[in-house]
Design a binder for this molecule. Structure first.
Ligand code: IPM
Ligand code: MN
Length: 349
């Protein structure tokens, strides 16, 4: 049997509840596919921070680096200054492990319901490839004359030819493997002239290697509108870190809600473990009540299995989720664990 080292970082708020269900489903699917997951849980997040002052110790980062794959719940808590854990833990891991392809499928599954009228699964099936290591997320810039009326805060968008090229090439590869073979660059090149121009030139140059892929360009503001009124327009999207953050929340909303949105922080070169996580946050308002939908985490487990090359196991979990979604349309409200149990049961089936 194939043994896979998996680090679980349940994190804050609803994170532990949804990760428990993700692991439950993983344990249910493993035996039939001859997989065994060697799981290590890392208590990172608000509680650890309050207890020890640590956000992500270097020693933990080193241990994480030795894992095959990471499953993360959610990070962030109102008791900790906003952004401290997000930057110190989540963004640091994405940067240190070179998670340059932040994959966020925006796919309306049968059984899920879109708030858009007259829209079905054939209308919303995209893959957003969000750059994960650069742009405004680089965190460079600074402040002078802080607290005075003359304060100046700068926040720089860092875009390297190396960073743009690797994510654009990855997006072309994804587009080439899909039936529609269409890649749309989403940016704002009418205003962000330097970064937008770099993306455009790289798209054109790398595109020569993929003549079978049709390319298109869309400003980010218009893209938000098209997500709502013309979602069919998109197949694969490549975009910068901040634009990708924003459009994938809209994507989640149109494709059945944030409770279903999965993601992968992928290092396609395999030089460090990739990390899979639901797009949603820690939702402290409903934490500990068994109200959170674990489906986004379970669909992140599907992406994790695909990443490991365990496609048969991935399809099995995906099918179980799809069936559960169809069934839940008619059923009453279920708890986090009830949803996890139902999907795990189908998977073990
Ligand atoms: C996401 C989140 C993070 C991001 C935050 C928590 C730093 O919104 O994964 O989309 O901005 O990338
Ligand atoms: Mn976000």
């Amino acid at each position: 049997s194939r043994s896979i080292r998996l680090a679980a970082i349940p994190g804050d708020g609803i994170g532990p509840e949804v990760v428990a269900e993700g692991l439950k489903v993983l344990d249910a699917v493993a035996p039939a596919h001859d997989l065994s997951f060697e799981q290590t849980e890392y208590d990172l997040g608000a509680a650890r921070y309050h207890r020890t002052g640590e956000v992500l110790p270097d020693s933990v980062l080193a241990e994480l680096r030795d894992q095959d794959v990471i499953l993360l719940g959610a990070i962030g808590d109102p008791s900790v200054p906003s952004g401290l854990l997000e930057r110190g833990l989540l963004l640091r891991t994405r940067f240190e492990f070179d998670h340059y392809a932040n994959l966020r499928p925006v796919k309306l599954l049968p059984g899920a319901s879109s708030p858009l009228a007259g829209v079905g699964p054939d209308d919303i099936d995209m893959l957003v490839v969000r750059e994960g290591t650069e742009s405004l997320y680089a965190g460079t810039g600074g402040v002078i004359r802080k607290g005075t009326p003359h304060e100046i805060a700068t926040q720089e968008s860092v875009n390297t030819a190396f960073g743009v090229e690797r994510v654009v090439r990855y997006a072309f590869e994804q587009a080439a493997a899909r039936p529609r073979k269409k890649l749309t660059l989403v940016h704002k090149d009418n205003v962000l002239a330097y970064a937008g121009d770099l993306y455009q030139r790289v798209l054109k140059r790398v595109g020569e290697e993929f003549p079978q892929v049709e390319t298109d360009y869309c400003h980010v503001d218009a893209a938000t509108m098209y997500f709502v009124n013309q979602p069919r327009r998109f197949d694969v999207i490549v975009t910068d870190n901040l634009f990708g953050d924003i459009i994938t929340d809209i994507g989640a909303a149109v494709a059945g809600g944030i409770g279903l949105a999965a993601s992968g922080n992928v290092n396609p070169d395999g030089t460090a473990p990739s990390m899979f996580e639901p797009v949603h946050g820690s939702a402290p308002d409903i934490a500990g009540q068994g109200k959170a939908d674990p489906t986004a985490t379970i669909l992140s487990v599907v992406m994790l299995l695909d990443h490991l090359g365990e496609t048969a196991a991935a399809r099995r979990v995906e099918t179980a989720v799809a069936e559960d979604l169809i069934e839940r349309a008619g059923a009453g409200v279920r708890s986090t664990a009830q949803i996890g149990d139902a999907i795990a049961k189908r998977v073990a089936g």
